[in-house]
Design a protein around this ligand. Structure first.
Ligand SMILES: NCC(=O)N[C@@H](Cc1c[nH]cn1)C(=O)O
Ligand SMILES: [Zn+2]
Ligand SMILES: [Zn+2]
Length: 524
């Protein structure tokens, strides 16, 4: 058996040409003109109390153009996990570069090398890095976002075409609407709104937009580690902000200070060099699918307890202080249960336990089987080779290398017990969990901005999902990293009928503008 431990680290990249940028987003030009006509060069800075209301008004006046731009972005099927969409991923990055240019940012495309798929080298989409403003008196925020999406087919159960943004009942449906094209465009619109009211940005911005996040951010770690060094592109960064997660529920805003990591496994079993007619060959071969189902059934019990020996050993112990945090979080298990259409939740539906099992304990999910006859109809083959896919969400103190070894050892042991003559192989890709200090002034600034928009204090939340690059940004920059979600907890990212509420999109743009303003006020 071959064990390939493919951690998210790739080192091939080179610099590409600098692209100089200009004016604002095309479809907002008309509004810009009407604002800029009245502006004088020596105009005094708009009083701060007046600035944000002006910006909010500008945002409300431009809702249609924000929807239009999101429709354009969603129409590019930038699915990163399927190489047949690789050109669309590259097109998506170029599209975004044009948009950055239109808001006045300078940007570059960075080559991050190749990805190996089935022994073949496939070019990775370039990473887009950009800069807007270079005033040494202002704080600099690094904004990260991703332009790739999960796969989606209408036949998966979507009500409308996934790559055609559709508005229904105040919701914008489409793949990537909330994860992560809506939030990424939100930053552009917030910047544009400052320009629209003729006001300077209160901060400098550095951007990093990638198109491989949903596939482990291949190539990005090496680039960021290099560029966060003293002589690197991101050397001036004071704060890092990412909008790529969701509120916990549907009404209360959140600011997020933790993510689980992920360890993703491909478990392959091969019994024949091709698929076989089950009537002709059934009873004469040791079937790969039976072996795979056997192995996959050894991983987790019906209550979600992971059966891999030693997997819980390194999980950070729960302190009394942490325990108390879960009691004050606004989370309604019954509404959550109903929103996903489940008959009964795990953890007996107890709020605190549910939150802990989403945020601070590992979970193991079985995702699917490649090579299985999953299409409708009574196909009667014995698949020759099947690849089972499962992942473990990692939590603080669980190191990917340690977890991968435990999984490999456990699968090997179970394979031996099975005594199958077939070929088995397991490979993994992993990224660590991340947590941040939510008492930092950066979080307080984001909380003030949130309260201004939503008239309520946000919950400080953690998130069960993973954004592999977050910990790299934190460790390589040494700066405070904050997650500022735009979408609601029922947006169904990765699922059928992904959406973003018009309200979240529009108020989110205002939130981003207010956040830039608040961080602009933090001492340099
Ligand atoms: N919005 C973040 C997100 O959805 N991240 C993915 C990352 C991923 C996918 N495959 C491997 N990593 C997630 O599933 O959490
Ligand atoms: Zn995302
Ligand atoms: Zn995602």
């Amino acid at each position: 058996m071959t064990l390939i431990n493919t951690l998210f680290r790739y080192s091939h990249f080179r610099l590409t040409a600098n692209r100089v940028s200009s004016i604002a987003i095309n479809n907002l030009k008309a509004q810009h003109k009407s604002y800029s006509i009245d502006l004088k060069k020596d105009q005094v800075k708009m009083a701060s109390e007046k600035l944000l209301p002006q910006i909010f008004k500008f945002v409300d006046q431009n809702v249609d153009s924000y929807k239009k731009l999101l429709k354009e972005a969603v129409a590019i099927p930038s699915v990163s996990c399927d190489v047949t969409y690789r050109d669309d991923c590259i097109r998506m990055v170029h599209w975004m570069q044009d948009k950055l240019k239109e808001v006045g940012a300078t940007s570059e495309l960075r080559d991050v090398g190749f990805q190996t798929i089935d022994g073949k080298e496939v070019k990775l989409p370039p990473v887009l890095v950009g800069v807007l403003g270079n005033d040494s008196k202002k704080n600099t925020i690094c904004i990260y976002g991703h332009l790739d999406v999960q796969p989606a087919l209408k036949s998966d159960g979507w009500e409308t075409e996934p790559f055609e943004l559709q508005e229904r009942n105040g919701k914008l449906y489409g793949r990537g609407s909330t994860d992560d094209k809506g939030p990424v465009l939100g930053w552009l619109h917030a910047i544009n709104a400052y320009k629209g009211v003729g006001e300077e940005l209160p901060v400098n911005l550095k951007f990093v937009f990638e198109c491989m996040e949903e596939s482990g951010s291949e190539g990005l770690d090496a680039l960021l580690i290099e560029q966060l060094k003293p002589e690197g592109f991101f050397n001036t960064v004071d704060y890092v902000c990412i909008s790529d997660n969701y509120w916990l529920g549907t009404t209360k805003p959140c600011i997020t200070y933790g993510l689980r990591g992920i360890s993703y496994y491909f478990l392959e079993v091969e019994c024949a060099k091709m698929d076989l007619h089950s009537g002709v060959y059934g009873g004469t071969v040791h079937e790969a699918m039976s072996d795979l189902i056997y192995l996959m059934d050894q991983l987790v019990d019906k209550d979600g307890k992971i059966l891999i020996s030693g997997i819980y050993d390194s999980v950070a112990p729960l302190t009394e202080n942490e325990k108390k945090l879960y009691t004050t979080i606004d989370f309604d298990p019954e509404a959550y249960r109903k929103s996903i259409g489940a008959d009964k939740l795990a953890q007996n539906g107890v709020k605190e336990q549910l939150l802990m099992h989403r945020w601070r304990y590992p979970s193991l999910s079985l995702h699917g089987i490649e090579g299985a006859a999953f299409q409708p109809g009574a196909k009667t083959v014995i698949p020759g080779k099947v690849i089972g896919k499962f992942s473990i969400r990692l939590v603080p103190n669980q190191e990917p290398e340690e977890i991968e070894q435990l999984v490999f050892d456990y699968i090997n042991k179970k394979w031996k017990e099975r005594g199958s003559p077939n070929k088995m192989r397991i490979t993994a890709q992993s990224g660590r969990a991340w947590t941040e200090n939510p008492d930092h002034p950066h979080y307080q600034a984001a909380a003030r901005a949130t309260k201004l928009i939503y008239q309520t204090d946000p919950d400080m939340s953690r998130e069960g999902g993973s954004i592999p690059v977050t910990i790299t940004l934190q460790e390589a920059s040494g700066k405070n990293v904050l997650l500022l979600p735009m979408g609601a907890g029922d947006d169904m990212a990765h699922s059928q009928n992904e959406k973003i509420n018009v309200r979240n999109y529009i108020e989110g743009i205002k939130l981003f503008a207010a956040y830039l303003y608040e961080v602009g006020k933090l001492p340099k």
